[in-house]
Write a protein that binds this ligand. Structure first.
Ligand code: F0G
Length: 435
């Protein structure tokens, strides 16, 4: 095994997403961006090596993120920090497909991960790499889920964890998680974009703290596994369309990387045979008050975008005005032949209730954005004729990123349990209301 692992490291580089400059992969953390052009970095692998060796090495664990160990740039298995993340349910939503009038709709319920969101896929990889690189302290800025996830994995790895959250703008369930897992939490009197700017600056200046936001390419390496799982769970076939919420742009980057790798490196013996097929179109959905990617897409922009100065949505997880991975997110959308659109908060809350009441899947508001989009297209099918036609004839997967239990207040909107109908503790009163 040692020879395979040593060989493996030589086949990986960090590559600038912009100018394609290459860097030593294990130097990450000494810098976060390309020294030449300032762009974000990504993990780049020598695919020829993998093509030869993939059958021998892939699928090391039976299930979850680390099933794909050999596609994640971690050298020593002993450095893995895991809570058993991944292997989330892919739920066939026949009721909802019928409501929307589309052929097939599956929900990949990422709220079933150990801390209740898709972030755990990236954090198991990112924190394992932090351990491998020798860090004792990690940091992130967060709209809630990243902080909960980083705090949990740091606790398990015995790392000091610092999180910055925008004051008053994150769900209490997520704060409660970060407190329970023992993170040092600072509320920033500003928004998420301010918090990330501060965290990035501090980590750039202090080489002892590793930044674990999704600009960290090792997080993307863990998050991409959702694509492998979807294909395996669909009986080794590739969906036509994947719809997902977009905030900072990390997840859509990761999902695209995962699907692209299936085709680039030919994972025929593992996740299926896909000759003649193509990766899915990715549809990235934002909330109307925080939709810089959707706006850039509608203007046909690829190399620039306009940040939203004062973003606002009650879907707090995606309340982001200046997505750090905007360029990667736009590339994923264009390269996949997909698109980006926005939905209102009212549409998001209606979709959250619809998904729960028709399929028994309770997701947090941000995670209902893809459902809200399909609902909008289905309702206004004349205005969205082309989009509706495409969805009708497609195998559609929605990635529902977080669990509804994290943010019950968003759904209850101030409603208290004593506002529910109360009956006396006698059978007759139950009979009366049921009559
Ligand atoms: N859905 C949920 C539930 C999220 O928490 C996030 C991001 C997204 C979607 C968007 O993913 O940023 O990769 O485009 N939450 C981050 C956080 C920003 O701090 O928890 P993205």
């Amino acid at each position: 095994m040692t020879t395979i692992l040593r060989r493996k490291k030589e086949h990986y580089k960090l590559r600038c997403f912009g100018c394609k400059a290459l860097y030593d992969i294990d130097d990450y953390g000494k810098f976060y961006r390309c020294a030449k052009c300032g762009n974000l970095l990504e993990v780049k692998r020598d695919t020829f090596w993998l093509r030869e060796d993939i059958d021998k090495t892939l699928l090391r664990y039976p299930e979850g993120v680390w099933r794909y160990f050999d596609l994640i740039p971690l050298w020593e298995e002993s450095n893995i920090v895991t809570l058993g993340e991944g292997n989330t349910n892919l739920i066939d939503c026949k009721n909802l497909a019928r409501v929307f009038g589309i052929k097939s709709l599956h929900v990949k319920f990422e709220g079933l991960n150990p801390t209740g969101s898709f972030k755990d896929r990236g954090m198991t990889a990112g924190v394992s790499k932090a351990v491998e690189l020798g860090y004792k302290m990690v940091m992130c800025a967060s709209t809630g889920n990243t902080s909960a996830s980083l705090a949990a994995y740091s606790a398990r790895a015995n790392l000091q964890c610092i999180v910055l959250v925008p004051k008053g703008k994150i769900a209490m369930g997520k704060i409660a998680q970060a407190i329970a897992y023992g993170a040092k939490i600072y509320q920033v009197d500003g928004n998420f974009d301010d918090s990330l700017r501060m965290a990035s600056k501090i980590c750039e200046q202090n080489n002892k703290i590793l930044l674990l936001n999704s600009l960290n390419p090792f997080r993307i390496e863990g998050q991409k596994t959702v694509a492998f799982e979807i294909v395996e769970q669909l009986g080794r076939t590739v969906p036509d369309v994947v719809v997902l919420p977009v905030g900072n742009g990390g997840n859509i980057t990761a999902v695209w990387k995962g699907f692209s790798e299936i085709f680039e490196i030919g994972l025929e013996s593992t996740v299926g045979r896909h000759i003649g097929e193509r990766p899915p179109k990715l549809i990235g959905i934002q909330a109307e008050g925080a939709a810089p990617i959707a706006k850039a897409f509608k203007k046909g922009l690829r190399d620039s975008f306009e940040p939203v100065e004062d973003p606002h949505t009650e879907a707090s997880a995606i309340n982001i005005g200046s997505p750090v991975s905007w360029m990667k997110a736009l590339a994923a959308i264009y390269e996949s032949g997909g698109r980006s659109d926005s939905v209102t908060d009212d549409e998001i809350f209606a979709a959250q209730k619809l998904l729960a009441s028709t399929e028994g899947i309770f997701v947090e508001p941000a995670s209902a954005a893809p459902i809200a989009y399909i609902s909008k297209v289905s309702r206004a099918r004349e205005a969205f004729a082309k989009e509706f036609e495409e969805l009708t004839n497609s195998n559609v997967v929605c990635i529902c990123t977080g669990n509804g239990l994290k943010d019950p207040n968003a759904l209850l909107k101030g409603m208290k349990p004593d506002q529910l109908e109360t009956i006396s503790a006698e059978e007759s009163s139950l009979q009366k209301v049921l009559a």
